[in-house]
Ligand binder design. Structure first.
Ligand code: COA
Length: 164
């Protein structure tokens, strides 16, 4: 299967597909204000996975904060899961952020997606209360922080690197 990974700009036609995927998964992907996707795209921080017909089947959004890449959203279209698209996106991100100290991902442990992170080289280091669910005043569900482990040892698998 031919797949392509690329960072898109804010005028890319793929951005509409990205927003559609986000709308249909906003319960797990979280909120992004109007114009948020354009802002990420202007920084070339919207990365899409394209299938053999150049159709967008998934994406990730990331930013760089204090020398670390942080994944803000990550989604593959349901009909295209388990085909290696997420792995290809992560491999791309690892190759483009080599100069950074690691890649951080925060995700609720009870999401199905959480089964994927260790397979992709992330490991859980800490828990923090979820702002969204905590603000209801009811259950304070926790999010798990998952930095990627880099083969080079620069990925922040040591607590001293501050992935907290
Ligand atoms: C999480 C997600 C991005 C994974 O995408 P994907 O394209 O299916 O992942 P891949 O095919 O690249 O698989 C990567 C690895 O995870 C494993 N994996 C994928 N889905 C899995 C599942 N549901 N359960 C267990 N393992 C899983 C794969 O087997 C593979 O491991 P392997 O290569 O060692 O066999 C996708 O399921 C998704 O978009 N989920 C909904 C959105 C979401 O919840 N995002 C995260 C919010 S925090």
């Amino acid at each position: 299967m031919a797949m392509k990974i690329e960072a898109i700009h804010d005028k890319s036609a793929h951005l509409e597909v990205v927003k559609k995927l986000w709308r249909s998964h906003s319960n797990t992907l979280g909120f992004l204000p109007d114009g948020g996707f354009q802002d990420y795209a202007r920084d070339r921080h919207v990365v899409v996975a394209l299938d053999g017909a150049d159709q967008c089947v998934g994406y990730l959004l990331y930013r760089v904060v204090r020398d670390r890449a942080a994944i803000a959203q990550f989604c593959i279209a349901p009909e295209c899961r388990r085909q290696g698209y997420a792995r290809a996106l992560i491999d791309w991100l690892i190759s483009k952020t080599k100069k950074n100290r690691g890649i951080l991902l925060t995700c609720c442990r009870h999401y199905t997606a959480a089964r994927t992170w260790e397979r992709l080289g992330f490991h859980a280091v800490s828990e923090k209360p979820s702002k969204a669910e905590g603000s209801t005043g009811r259950t304070r569900a926790s999010s798990t922080v998952w930095p990627v482990v880099r083969a080079s040892g620069l990925g922040g698998d040591e607590p001293g690197l501050g992935f907290r």
